[in-house]
Design a binder for this molecule. Sequence first.
Ligand code: ZN
Length: 415
Amino acid sequence: MIPADFLIDDADVVATMAGPAPRSGTAQGDIGALTRASVAALDGRIVFVGRAEACRHQVSLRPGATIVDARGRTVVPGFVDSHTHLVYAGDRRDELQLRLAGATYAEIAAAGGGIVKTVAATRAAGEAELVDAARPRLAAMLAHGTTTAEVKSGYGLEVASELKMLRAIRRLADEQPISLTATFMGAHECPVEYRDRHGAYVDLVVDAMVPAVAGEGLAEWCDVFCEQGVFTPDEAMRILRAGLARGLKPRIHADELALSGGSAVASEVGARSADHLIFVDEPHADGLAGAGVVATLLPAAAFFLKLGRYAPARMLIARGVPVALATDVNPGGGFTPSMPFVMALACFAMNMTLEEALVGTTINAAAALDRQTTAGSIEVGKPLDAVIVNGPLSELLRVGAPVIGAVIKHGHVVA
Ligand SMILES: [Zn+2]
């Protein structure tokens, strides 16, 4: 008998996501579904996945074991949110109403809003203040089923403040249930004091920030906002290569506002993920597919910014690019902590199927973070991170309804 101390018993469906990762093309919709299935774990690790009937014969529960009755329910892996900016100080929720009243980003920025406002507040905040502000954001993500997440710096834009943000991420990783991976993003924007000497800021990122971040072991990834008026493809390449030389793996904000070269940089530098991609075209999609880059799409960002268009998910899938989905939690337009809401947008605004969207929020998102061996699927040997859906899988699309029955992290019910 297989000993276990945690059992999800007799689910109508378990979407295991077992199989190769990341998934592309027709495999993008392969969720590895088992019916009338159970999942057992010991010390947080999965020891059995299979038919409920077989589980009764093969698994022996230890005294005091936790049993979750999953009859009539669906079990999916804990969601992996592979793109967030959830550590910041200050409050820009007022800009939402200005935008709804017709103000443009430029008008909001001219009135003292936008990223400049977040940078000022984040520079002024202490590390503990950043941790306190981010804690409820993570709790909200957890309540919506996120059990692994990426978090970026990029509101400091000076050495000390970038390090402070990354130390705050490290503290948050230690104190709450969601597994976090940190991304250094000193090249999120050129700070106001460098606006007339942009090249000197790129030098600062390359020569001072990257070595300091890598020296302290504060980040796994390096990211750049490659876009017209922010950082050019050449600058992005230089920054990502500097990160790579210090052990920071590349990812990139690419082709969000125009086809501005970010996806080409991703392919050339071998980024794990290229994110946004609203304007990516077929030749560049082929480049991403050839280089093994995951396309991380952020439809909630396009929705809240009222961009009027979404990334071409169907084209990317057809060209063989693995698609992941993430929230883009941030102070200016990333207003949802909910991966199920992102799935709903993926389905209704980007024409993905529900199964493709589920792959995008689990195993492909895990692959976008190099976590495919520890997250994103329900397989023997992996940590048990799971979401219990009250009903069939399609319940996840009922935005706002209380469809999540439980969230499980490392074999413990955490929400
Ligand atoms: Zn972003």
